[in-house]
Design a protein around this ligand. Structure first.
Ligand code: DQA
Length: 144
């Protein structure tokens, strides 16, 4: 089983960025957690981060026929990007949405998730652990 994990803008700044919301652990620590969980679950994984919407669209398109599942935290593009939603729909790869913070309790502009409309499940407010939950859920879903 092969998963692609996509992280959107400013997630490379984890640790520095608003630690009261996103925690004090770095992006490198997040990548290590994802790789450890995938190793334990016997899943091959590629972790991709970009601050650019088009690069994320390109990566989703290139995943077609290569990856079995996608875990995506589109970050701020969650709330704006119909292009990312359309790309996920175009490739039809089962996808799970993750947010480190609980966006449902935050500003009103964070209350819409376009990408989430193409995802089979969303984890929010579980910190980095949300990625582990998403990986295990997607593995279970694809193993059925
Ligand atoms: C986020 C929540 C988004 O609203 C925000 O723009 C982010 C991170 C999260 O993981 O909690 O950049 O996706």
């Amino acid at each position: 089983m092969k998963f692609l994990v996509i992280n959107g803008p400013n997630l490379n700044m984890l640790g520095l960025r608003e630690p009261s919301i996103y925690g004090e652990r770095s992006y490198k620590a997040l990548v290590e957690l994802i790789e450890t969980v995938c190793r334990d679950e016997e899943i091959q994984v590629e972790v991709f981060q970009s601050n650019h919407e088009g690069a994320i669209v390109d990566k989703i398109q290139a995943a077609y026929g290569v990856f079995d599942g996608i875990i995506i935290n589109p970050a701020a593009y969650t709330h704006t990007s119909v292009a990312i939603l359309d790309a996920l729909k175009a490739v039809s790869i089962p996808a799970v949405e993750v947010h480190i913070s609980d966006v449902s309790t935050r500003e009103s502009f964070r209350q819409v998730s376009y990408a989430g409309m193409a995802c089979i499940k969303t984890y929010m407010g579980h910190g980095f652990e949300g990625y582990a939950m998403a990986i295990r859920y997607l593995k279970g879903y694809l193993s059925k």
